[in-house]
Write a protein that binds this ligand. Structure first.
Ligand code: GLC
Length: 654
């Protein structure tokens, strides 16, 4: 019955579509809309069905999908069709990503396009270009406070430059990932300005209140995201004389998704950027999309329904485009952004593996993998046709959102363990070589996060200062060790620009008043291309790291067992210093790789025959796929040097 209603509505909508849309070749569009309409209508009805203007909004939604389909270029439509046929294309081990700020990497978009060869030199074939959409000078949160969703920020270039970049990357088989900041706008966005000027339509785009009554109710259960720089979740706007919800910085106004007009605007914007050539859209801060009193206003069920709806609509207009969920939340919550109670992903196909990232840093500080093993064991299975974005560092801080129960299980007290980690990475702990800084210190709860570049956090900055060659080598080994794990864990490894050259912290941000109280700026570098040339000089830190990564990436791409089909088996070796797992190719049974990483400063050993029945591996034929050498082996005792890893296989080298 319901299905009939929604289908007759579909027919009415198609009749009412603008005349120009009816003249086009919309066959693929109609097929996809027909296939997805029942779900789209149900979700939209579930969220907005109570409203008098429901049908009008539904028509508008379909109109947006149709108009953006018409705008989509023939070449992108071809890519859509190819990806529909090869729908698991992004699970392949051949993808390796890098995230970067355009200005820091290459000045502007033209500069970035001219550096495209660098990605190929390293082996990177997915580039996440962080926010380039227009944002204000000063109060911009590195581009995450958007003032005009349809234009490129003039500091990095023009829309035309972006289209050229997309073409240049695609010509080289490199994917382009772009950000769409869906949770909030800058207070300088036109919607915010019109709201401020008193327009009710635009006040309804945000959470705006006459007095503190409702904000105070919200505050009872909402945590603070930037407690030092933006305490509380509401900001008083003098002009309006009202309170606005601002979960992040006080100039970032939270969008109100209980208003269907907001959903439709944002869908239109996502599709707009998909049409500029984005293969992947990174949806920022998705955990925050729905606000409800008496909750933390994170991970609400409706936030998931909104993402499902966005995905289903995108499936109709631009089915080749993938979504990345940026949800830096508790481990049990993260996997839900692929979708729940489903077999294949129905929200975002890709999610940041923030759990793995934080656990890797725990292993670095403790020199053992106890919490890492425990945390990965507790990480819920993810759906098929979904994959992780595995990373070590990004432009944000390192949050220590492990599960308390896992910390206890690993033998630590949660509060003092987190304090130890902050002390370790900020160099306050005796003997720590790390050079990070605290971020987001919450004086009320005692919580803190950590800023700092990969190189500085593993001790390279202090080692270079002291000139101690052993300490330098240790840091280089640790950098390669961490990378070996994001390359082999299952998912798309995402490097962070500058880390491939061992770039240390940049302390210049302190001199810029707009950045000085946000320590994240210390790890958002400007690449010095002169220094980058040192990657060609044997023995330099740059060469050791760059070559190591280049080789690792090339080898990863040949190891089919590293494709992500949930084909990882964590091994309990009994040795707490080791993180060990098997990757096996689900389509070729004897294609198995044993990954072993030693986080300790001493050599560690592992008894191979304890791990699985004899015969699964030919010990005598074991080779490390990375170095091409036989590992150190005595009978079935495998020896792993300090801060080293193996990718072991008994198959012929590729
Ligand atoms: C995301 C971004 C972060 C930003 C925040 C608010 O978490 O990664 O840099 O501050 O959203 O937009």
């Amino acid at each position: 019955m319901y299905e009939q209603v929604s289908h007759s509505l579909l027919n009415r909508i198609l009749d009412r579509l603008k005349p120009e849309t009816r003249k086009r070749d919309l066959r693929h569009f109609y097929t996809r809309l027909g296939a997805n309409f029942y779900t789209i209508h149900s979700l939209f009805h579930h969220l907005y069905g109570e409203r008098d203007d429901f049908t009008r909004q539904m028509v508008r939604l379909v109109e947006v999908m149709a108009c953006q389909y018409i705008e989509r270029s023939p070449s992108l439509k071809e890519v859509d069709i190819a990806r529909e046929r090869d729908h698991n294309w992004f699970l392949s081990q051949k993808w390796v990503g890098m995230a970067l700020y355009t200005d820091g990497f290459a000045g502007d978009l033209v500069g970035l396009a001219s550096r495209a060869g660098y990605f190929q030199e390293l082996g990177v074939n997915m580039v996440h270009v962080m926010p380039i959409i227009k944002y204000p000078e000063g109060a911009g949160d590195g581009g995450y406070a958007v003032s005009d969703f349809r234009d490129v920020d003039e500091r990095v270039g023009t829309l035309e430059d972006l289209r050229n970049l997309a073409r240049e990357l695609h010509r080289r088989d490199i994917l382009l990932a772009l950000d769409v900041v869906v949770n909030h706008t800058s207070d300088e966005h036109e919607w915010a300005r019109r709201a401020r000027a008193g327009e009710k339509t635009y006040q309804d785009y945000y959470y705006i209140f006459d007095n503190r009554d409702v904000p105070d109710m919200f505050e009872e259960t909402m945590p603070e995201i930037f407690p030092e720089t933006a305490p509380g979740n509401f900001t008083y706007d003098e002009t309006m004389g009202k309170w606005v919800m601002t979960v992040f910085n006080n100039y970032q106004w939270d969008l109100n998704y209980s208003n269907p007009a907001v959903f439709i605007e944002m869908l239109d914007i996502i599709l707009y950027w998909a049409n500029q050539g984005a293969d992947i859209v990174r949806l920022d801060a998705v955990a925050f999309l729905w606000k409800k009193i008496a909750t933390t206003c994170q991970n609400e069920r409706e936030a998931h329904l909104i993402l499902q709806l966005m995905k289903d609509c995108c499936q109709v207009t631009a089915p080749g485009v993938l979504f990345i969920a940026e949800a830096i939340v508790a481990p049990v919550e993260i996997t839900k952004y692929f979708g729940e109670d489903a077999v294949i992903a129905k929200e975002c196909e890709i999610a940041y593996n923030a759990t793995f990232m934080a656990l890797l840093w725990d292993a670095v500080a403790t020199k053992n993998a106890r919490l890492l093993n425990q945390g990965i064991r507790s990480l819920p299975n993810k759906l098929n046709r979904s994959t992780w974005l595995n990373y070590i560092r990004c432009h944000d801080d390192i949050g220590l959102s492990f599960d308390d129960a896992d910390i206890v299980q690993a033998g630590y007290d949660p509060h003092s363990h987190r304090r130890f980690l902050v002390d370790w990475f900020t160099g306050a702990y005796p003997g720590s070589p790390a050079r990070g800084k605290p971020f987001g210190v919450n004086r009320k709860t005692g919580d803190a996060r950590i800023s700092g570049s990969l190189a500085s956090l593993v001790g390279l900055e202090s080692a270079l200062e002291s000139g101690d060659p052993d300490a330098i080598q240790r840091s280089v080994d640790l950098i390669l060790l961490l990378n070996s794990l994001i390359m082999s864990f299952g998912g798309i490894p995402l490097l962070y620009y500058g880390d491939e050259l061992g770039t240390i912290n940049d302390y210049d941000y302190i001199n810029d008043a707009a950045k000085a109280d946000d320590t994240r700026w210390m790890h958002r570098p400007h690449i010095d291309w002169q220094t980058a040339e040192l990657r060609y000089r044997r023995g330099t830190v740059q060469q050791r790291i760059f070559d190591g990564l280049q080789k690792m990436i090339a080898i990863r791409k040949t190891i089919t067992a590293f494709a992500d089909y949930n084909n990882r088996e964590l091994l309990d070796t009994g040795n707490p210093h080791l993180f060990t797992f098997i990757r096996s190719n689900p389509f070729m049974l004897d294609d198995i790789v044993l990954v072993v990483a030693n986080f300790d400063s001493s050599p560690q050993s592992l008894t191979l025959s304890d791990l699985w029945q004899r015969g699964r591996f030919e010990y005598s034929r074991l080779r490390d796929l990375y170095s091409g050498e036989s590992p150190r082996l005595f009978k079935d005792q495998l020896v792993i040097p300090p801060y080293r890893f193996y990718w072991l296989s008994d198959q012929e080298l590729p």
